[in-house]
Design a protein around this ligand. Structure first.
Ligand code: HMG
Ligand code: MG
Length: 308
């Protein structure tokens, strides 16, 4: 029997943000977690192919201490070798003033600082306490803004932390507001170890109260990244982080697996009729090529379905 109509509770795509910005993190979050260091030429081709597939924000690398993340020790050479395209932004991670100096020398105009919502991860990832990470970021954000750079703030461990367990939403909101108060124009809420579920996502976004300044950054450890993204879209968030082919993780949080795969996100956005500007076929081809470079299949279900 055909149902008379959909129940009122089914949200229509008309209620969702119509234009989604995909913030591609594969070259940074993906490659920082590879056991081996990927060749510079492969990284450069990867980034160029991502731009060719229509991605307009491609997080390129990190100006962190090379001993902490040797996979991205070639940051200066990488940004020097980029064929920067008009209309494409290439943000880089910068933890401190030394990192900002390096990013400015390289002519970057878009950076991200990255904070932790928990004490333990602030220590493990940044060698700082939860409070002293802000002493490190404050001059970075102030100087970067004075130089006309755009500054994003990341917040890690927004739902759960492998050492501290569940993280209370009030704690996340308090630390996140500090990043916005410093002058970050966008706050990306990181589910670093991929434990969140949609109800928590809705509660956290509602707690912040202004979805326009938020982005979401889900790792897919428990297979919830796409459901969580849908929950965030329903709350009005329109910037979504993802990595081509589902590359990713975090070297300082071992339980973190890859990010939400960009192809899985694009498939869902296409189905919802939302605008994002990415050519799925070119993107899946790029991820299949990257998987061959890395010597293992992409974990993305959509890449497997299209290229398997
Ligand atoms: P530290 O050891 O406390 O640094 O590390 P320091 O300030 O004491 O300086 C020690 C030495 O390092 C000095 O050299 C500095 O010049 C040098 P020395 O005088 O001994 O010769 N140094 C640097 N060199 C190059 N570039 C720099 C830099 N800074 C200092 N930027 C630090 C502190 C923050 C540097 C270190 O902890 C670090 O690099 N951490 C980065 C860790 C990281 O990149 N983690 C992954 C990214 S976060 C993530 O993936 C999560 C995210 O995806 C969101 C999510 O999923 O939740 C964003
Ligand atoms: Mg991440």
């Amino acid at each position: 029997m055909v149902a008379a109509g959909l129940p009122d509770t089914v949200a229509s795509a008309a209620d969702l943000p119509q234009r989604i910005t995909i913030w591609e993190v594969g070259p940074r979050d993906g490659l920082q977690n590879e056991k081996s260091v990927v060749d510079l030429a492969v990284k450069l081709e990867f980034i160029d192919r991502l731009a060719d597939a229509g991605l307009r924000v491609i997080e390129a690398t990190s100006f962190v201490h090379p001993k902490w993340v040797p996979q991205l020790a070639d940051a200066a050479e990488l940004v020097d070798g980029l064929s920067r395209r008009d209309g494409v932004s290439y943000p880089v991670l910068v933890p401190n003033e030394r990192g900002l100096d390096r990013a400015l020398e390289a002519g970057m105009d878009h950076i991200a600082v990255f904070a932790s919502a928990t004490e333990t991860f602030a220590n493990r990832n940044l060698n700082r306490t939860l409070d002293s990470q802000f002493e490190m970021f404050e001059p970075v954000v102030t100087r970067a803004r004075a130089e006309g750079l755009r500054v994003r703030g990341y917040l890690s461990m927004c739902y759960g932390d492998p050492w501290e367990g569940p993280v209370p939403a009030e704690q996340v909101i308090a630390v996140g507001r500090r990043l916005l108060d410093l002058g970050c124009s966008q706050l990306s809420l990181g589910d670093t170890i991929g434990v969140a579920t949609p109800g928590q996502v809705e509660a956290l976004i509602a707690g912040f109260g202004d979805p326009a300044v938020l982005a979401v950054h889900f790792h897919d450890t428990y297979g919830q990244a796409l459901s969580n993204t849908m929950a965030a879209l329903r709350c009005g968030v329109s910037t979504v982080d993802s990595s081509a082919g589902g590359l990713g993780g975090c070297p300082y949080a071992e339980s973190a697996t890859g990010n939400l795969a960009t192809e899985d996100l694009v498939w869902m956005l296409d189905g919802l009729g939302l605008d994002h500007g990415v050519n799925l076929d070119k993107l899946a081809g790029t991820s299949a090529w990257m998987a061959a470079q890395l010597g293992r299949p992409s974990p993305s279900r959509v890449v497997q379905a299209l290229r398997g």
